[in-house]
Design a protein around this ligand. Structure first.
Ligand code: ZN
Length: 505
């Protein structure tokens, strides 16, 4: 899992497709241009032609080259009370049709669902996609995930309460995908992606089109009520509402584009470090989405995963809960640093209008910044610094260059000498990533060490921290910028654990 960018608890990475992703549910032979689709296996099973169908691979059946995610069809089976279909039947269809991942039937009871997963495992070698009913308790989800995570590609649930989605994302190992089925409007995408959901799916584009409903940026309108098409997509450009009314597939395609564009814009917002702003703007389309947004961004889960510092400035339009500022305040409080000394430091130095108006002395800045980042109180009488416009930049101890206070975010970036000096002030694993000998060898060969070679990390590790990389004997190997949380280092194999800045080996 190579994470390209991240913001809030969302991660932009490339796997089978670009994640976070939108997969439309397809029926029959639609061929959307998305990188992935969802297919209901129960519908294939009930198809009278199913015997002929299962002789083909799912790619041939759909005439589609992208990634196909199976949905078991549990809800339909439940609704129609079809007792004829067994878990084995559906798993066998998927195995025969060469689905890239296989979805066994879920169950209202976690124990039965575990049995279904075990049966699937005896039929196929493919990784499993496991659906979790929204009725399960936290304990049940935990027990199920523990029993199945070794075989899982990912876990999915129906769209609904944001608390339940958060619970699921928190319980599932960070190396697995989390899928949310059946969203009703694109505007919810940035909000649930902020929680760390990797795939959202919906069949609404076609269902709405059947009822002549058109997705606008903020709502769903009967096509007949529109005087013109408020959209510049390749379908709407140069057409009138009447044009779409006579051709249902054009309307379905516009609706589909609305979902696809939304996920692209969400990915862009992650890259820009502006997911908060984007999700907020989109959530203002409906009070319920806004309520969810506010709950999501105030959650501890977001704070735990938040990249910090970020390079983007923060505009405050009203009194609001910005996770960056809340985290900055709580770190300052925990480490006993007055905000005055952090007037140039992220996030306080990047907020407009400013929330800290002080002009602290260079000495106070040096002490405060190092304490804020590393929790150690340094003796500034041993240090000297070069200042620019009254703000300390390069820090020295005698002739030794210890590092610099970065212009953009006011964070201290230690040199190798600075790392050796800092680590003496706190026992491992504080602000460290500890590597085994293979990890050290990777650094020596100018490669990025992988999570498999990490022995220990600071339990409060989060993306974008200026960390010290050490070996087993606490000797400095390098300095670098972290890219994962402590939990991700433990849970995601074979992925870059730290971006190396300076090497000592
Ligand atoms: Zn359009």
């Amino acid at each position: 899992m190579k994470v390209i960018a991240r913001d809030l608890a969302a991660r932009y990475f490339v796997g089978e497709v670009k994640y976070p992703a939108f997969f439309p549910t397809v029926y029959g032979r639609d061929r959307p241009s998305t990188e992935g689709v969802v297919v209901n296996v129960y519908r294939i099973w009930t198809d009278r032609e199913s015997r002929k169908i299962v002789k083909k691979s799912v790619g041939e059946y759909l005439d589609y080259g992208g990634f196909v995610l199976p949905e078991s069809g549990w809800r339909q089976i439940d609704k129609y009370g079809d007792d004829d279909v067994a878990n084995e039947d559906l798993v066998e269809i998927q195995e025969k049709m060469e689905f890239p991942v296989v979805a066994p039937l879920p169950s209202a009871k976690p124990d039965d669902a575990i049995i279904n997963a075990e049966v699937a495992r005896s039929i196929t070698d493919k990784p499993l996609f496991l659906e979790i009913p929204t009725s399960w308790t936290e304990k049940e989800i935990f027990a199920f995930v523990e029993a199945t995570k070794g075989w899982a590609w990912g876990y999915g649930t129906r769209a609904g309460r944001s608390e339940f989605i958060e619970l699921l994302v928190k319980t599932v190992p960070r190396s697995k995908r989390v899928v949310v089925f059946g969203i009703h409007h694109p505007a919810v995408i940035p909000v649930i992606v902020s929680l760390g959901v990797d795939v959202v799916t919906s069949g609404a584009h076609g269902r709405y089109a059947d009822k002549e409903l058109y997705i606008t940026e903020s709502s769903i309108r009967p096509l007949g009520e529109l005087k013109e098409l408020p959209c510049g997509c390749k379908i709407c450009d140069g057409r009138t509402p009447e044009d779409l009314g006579t051709k249902g597939d054009l309307l379905a395609e516009h609706n589909l584009i609305s979902f696809v564009e939304e996920v692209k814009k969400t990915r862009n917002a992650i890259v820009e470090g502006r997911l908060y702003e984007y999700a907020k703007r989109r959530s203002l389309t409906h009070p319920q989405i806004y309520k969810d947004f506010k709950k999501v961004v105030a959650s501890e889960w977001i704070t735990e995963n938040l990249p910090f510092p970020k390079q983007s400035s923060i505009y405050l339009f009203e009194k609001e809960c910005r996770p960056e500022i809340e985290l900055g305040r709580s770190l300052a409080k925990k480490r006993g640093v007055r905000l005055e000394g952090l007037a140039y430091t992220y996030p306080f130095g990047q907020v407009y209008p400013p929330i800290v108006e002080a002009r602290p002395s260079p000495e106070l800045v040096v002490r405060s910044v190092i304490k804020y980042q590393y929790g150690v109180d340094v003796n500034t009488s041993q240090l000297r610094w070069e200042t620019r416009k009254g703000i300390p930049r390069k820090i020295y101890m005698g002739d030794k260059y210890l590092g610099l206070i970065r212009h953009g975010d006011g964070f201290f970036v230690p040199s190798i000498e600075g790392a050796k000096w800092l680590k003496e002030m706190a026992p491992p694993p504080a602000f460290r990533i500890v590597l085994d000998s293979e990890g050290v060898e990777a650094v020596r060969l100018k490669r990025s060490p992988l999570t498999d070679h990490v022995l220990d990390v600071d339990p409060d590790l989060r993306p974008n921290m200026e960390v010290i990389v050490t070996d087993e004997d606490d000797e400095v190997v390098a300095t670098g910028r972290s890219v994962l949380t402590a939990r991700e280092v433990a849970e995601i194999p074979r992925t870059v654990a730290v971006k190396i800045r300076h090497r000592a080996v």
